[in-house]
Design a protein around this ligand. Sequence first.
Ligand code: GLP
Length: 240
Amino acid sequence: MKVIVTENYQEMSQKAAEIIIGIVKNNPNAILGLATGSSPIGTYQNMIKDHKENGTSYKSVKTVNLDEYVGLTADHDQSYAYFMRTNLFDSIDIDLANTNLPCGSAPDAKAECDRYNALLATMQQDVQVLGLGSNGHIGFNEPGTPLDSVTHLVDLTENTIKDNSRLFASIDEVPRQALSMGIKNIMQAKSIVMVVSGKNKAQAVKGMVQGEITTELPASVLQLHPFVTVICDKDAASLL
Ligand code: GLP
């Protein structure tokens, strides 16, 4: 696990974007595993800037996202589908037909997870972007999620509901469930880039990098992957 500590969020975002842009330039048909949350927003802004200034093209790029809230349609402004369009897809030349997320409003969650797993079996991510939950979750793989998990229906923990409520009008509006890639789907990526910022993530970063590998801190499993780059700002790295 390579750990890069940056001065601030901006530098973190720039470094992460450089890695992703490098992969796309090297392989215009790259498959990008993408994440939501406030951590990767700056990374996506840097990718957009580079696309506009340098013309890096996403025309043949395909994407798979980590997760989606259950019960939200793709046009709901808190859905991750909406997040991806407004924070990245609408500002680059990607074909929306090449972008994939689990469908949170699918009537049969189990069938939707099966569909997504079948899709992921045909789409090995050249790079998987990750954020980090303050309890060490990746995607929506909460503490206790087995290492061999694939896309599944998740009951969100109180901790995650509280963390994510800042983006909703009130905590009551935060969905209680999500569909998330499992740990196994994440670990299949050829490489992984994690972006982490802020003091509230410092404990989780320490456990992930220096702690024992345990399902109680899902991100610690990344120690088993051969090509992981963790890019964190000084605050997130403050306990290392
Ligand atoms: C959510 C997402 C994760 C994300 C995490 C941290 O739970 N499912 O993929 O990493 O939030 O979000 P943030 O980057 O906003 O702190």
